[in-house]
Structures are given as structure tokens and as C-alpha cells.
Ligand binder design. Sequence first.
Ligand code: 4AD
Ligand code: MG
Length: 474
Amino acid sequence: MTTSVESVETYTRTPVVDTLKTENIGKIVRLCGWVRTRRDSKGGFSFIEVNDGSTFNSVQVLAENTLPNYENEVLKLGIGSSIEVIGSIVESPGKGQTTEVKAQSLKVFGYADPATYPLQKKGTSMEFLRTISHLRPRTNTFGAVARVRNEICKSIHNFFQSRGFVYVHTPIITGSDAEGAGQMFKVTTLDLDKLPRTPDGAIDFEQDFFGKATNLTVSGQLQGEMYATALSNIYTFGPTFRAENSNTSRHLSEFWMIEPEMAFCDLEGNMQCAEEFLKTIFNDVLTNCPVDMNFFNERIEKTTIETLKHICDSAFIRISYTEAVDILLKSGETFEFPVSWGIDLQSEHERYLTEKKFKKPVIVYDYPKDIKAFYMRLNEDGKTVRAMDVLVPKIGEIIGGSQREERLDKLEERMKACHLDPEEYGAYLDLRRFGTVPHAGFGLGLERTVQFVTGMGNIRDVIPFPRAPKTADF
Ligand code: 4AD
Ligand code: MG
């Protein structure tokens, strides 16, 4: 089907991804994007590679010297310039592409000065690209990361929506500490130079904006439980904030977390849900992002596709914390942090289990109560809680979750042992006073998921604008 140039409406645009399809040969299109390269031929024409982020690949535009602005404008186009081309999709005689766009007109929106445009050279380092987070989405790698991250988010919503979970928005500003770990960013409008004091010298938060001390949320779980104990199955998906001073390739100060919470569910059901959830995400990315995933597999991490396929096809390993410690003790490995029952598993231990011992995801459950949060259900042994962590190769912990303590007396005891004031958690305790039910849930870190799927080495490169200690640019 051929349309005439006159019928091309300027509020519509054909994305590059569609100009690459042979079924569109013969169509007249309005193509817009940023120049990746320009090659001039002695025969009086130029090839311009145009990318618009709609797919990994660029489309080749053929611009002939019969264009009225060929000498004055087309020959000035360099990497980063933005253009509009109206032209027809034709079969490409050249190697490496099946279609190209033959320009009937070419308009320049804006040039990019080659002397100052920072993305001139190929193979610029990830560290350098982090200093230009506003331009790095124009690179192959960061475009691919953005599309895969988007696909993962779509898959997450689909997974829960298709199972009847209700998407609940939990607050970003909160007065409670969901993890009881005190790693929170304070939210205040008090004048830091003139802090109001109470008679005993403490900061008088009654004079603050909310009339009390508030912080950015570390997790939506507690509020999630409030909705799960009414709507049964819910999930949250939002930003969370942690003021832990961890300068690692797996920690961010601001990251996105997905937290399902299920009433009438125990740890077994929680593990089942987590396993199905991860497999669905990996499968969706492999199915729907083949071009981007091939790039990651070739250029970033040679085993990523194989690893994801293998995970989708086999069952996760499930071992108790006590069994995990036993395996580590018998491993014959020398770890930097020595292993004994009661320690918090370090990333080196987690990686030994998933990378060396089992070579697949491992769910470790029933952790010692002293290294886990106050809300986890106490086991009969009085020493361990119904916690679970899902560990994956290279990343270590990707999911943390638990069956929740639904018994009022036990929960109050645990809070006191953790030096938390039950008065401050009155609403949370009400859930145990009025129609309490067994329930369970977990949190998946979105960035660790994107990191795992793409094979990107540093978590700061899988979120558009990373926040980490001493880092809050853009
Ligand atoms: O294990 P965490 O701390 O669990 C919770 O917050 C629970 N409230 C979840 C729940 O049961 N509803 O965090 C969950 C996940 C981790 O497994 C990890 O993937 C990610 O969140 N995560 C981080 N990701 C990036 N940077 C950090 N600083 C992270 N801390 C946790
Ligand atoms: Mg955890």
C-alpha cells in the first residue's frame, strides 16, 4: 500500500522499529530521531543512521544530493543531531539491513556540536557515562537497559493483575520504620539552624510539618499488611529509601521494590509465589526483548540468556538456614567472613551457594530470629523465624520475605526484644487484635532484578538516575 507524501500527518510518526519491518516496504513515513552516523558517498548521496530508542537498531536513511538542503544542512549532520525525514521505506540493497528510508525531505531540528557532544567516542566507560546520566540513554547499552526495565515492570503488573492481586499505593512519607533497622532519611521542614527544643533538650517535632518525626519509607510492607488483611491479595510497587552507607555494586539509597502480601498464606505458599513470579519475569523478557537480550548476551554477560532459560526450566533449591550453614562449613572454602550458626549470610556465602554449589536460585528459609526483622513468625524451636531469602548467582539476595507473626502476644514480645515501642505500632498490632489471619509476603528489588537479567555489573547503571552515598546528581 502506498500513501502520498501529502497524506503524511505531522502529528503522527513512524517509529524506527516499524521502518525496519519488510512488511512496511512501499509506505511513506515520517521518521524522527537522532543521528548515530553519517557516511557520504562519492556518487552524490549520504547514508545516515537514525535511532529513536523504539528498538535497539537504527534505520539507514538514504539522502541524495538532489535534496535542496543537501550541501548546507545534510552534510553538517553529525552524531547527536536530531532530524525529521519524510520518505519511503524501500528494500535495502546494502549489507546488514533489509530496509532503508529514502528521503524525500529532511529537516534538522537541532545540531550537536562534535567538539563538545560527550558521546562521540565508542566504548566510553560506565563510570564516565554515570557523570552524564542525562545523555547516557542515547547509548546502545542504556537504551537497552531502559527497555528491559520497562518490560520487567510490565511483566510484574501482569503477573499480579492476572492473579487478582490489588495494586495498593503505600505512603512514601511515613512515621514508622517498617524494618525496625533505623536506616531512614528524615523528612522535615524545621529550620536546621534553629531547631526548636523541648524543655529536656530534645528536638521538638511537634513543631514540625507533620507534628511528629517522619521519614522516607524503607518498605511498604506494614501498610501492605493492612490492605491484605481486608482485600486478601495485594501488591505494592514503589520507590523505597535506605540510608545505609553501603558503597557496593548491589546497593542503592533509592530503589524500587515490589511487595506482594497474601492473607491466608504460609511460608510454603510464599516461596511458591516467589518462584513462579521470577520465572514469569525472566520468561517475558526472553520472549519480548530478544534484540536487547542478544546485545546483553554478546556484549555484557556471555551467559545471561542461557542462565535465564535454565532457571525457567528447573525448580529452585530450597534449604533451611541451618542446612545452608552446614553446607558452607563443609565446603572447604575459605571465606573472608567465617561461618557459624547465627551469622548473617554475607554475599560471598550466598554466592557460593547459588554459583558453586547449586548453580541455580536457592531459597534459604528459617533464619535465626536475631538477624531478622521483628515481624517474622517465630518457629516452634523459639530460635528461628519463618523468613526466606531468594538468592541468585552474581547478585546474591534478590528477594527477602517471610510469613508474618499473626499472634498478638508473640509479636509484642518480639518487638520488646528488638527495643521497639509497641505503642508506636498500635495500628499494626490491631490487625492481630481484630480477626487476625496467617499471612505472608516478600519484597523483590527491581534494580537487582534488572541487573540480574541484563548482566550489568553495577546497580547504578540499571536505574536512570542513581542515588547512593555522596551521589545525588540530576
Ligand atoms: O530484604 P528486604 O530488606 O525486605 C523488606 O524490605 C521486606 N519488608 C520485604 C517484604 O517482606 N515485604 O528488601 C527486599 C529486597 C531485597 O531482597 C533486595 O532485592 C532489595 O529489596 N534491596 C535493595 N536493592 C537495592 N539497594 C538496596 N539498598 C536494597 N535493600 C534491599
Ligand atoms: Mg533482606
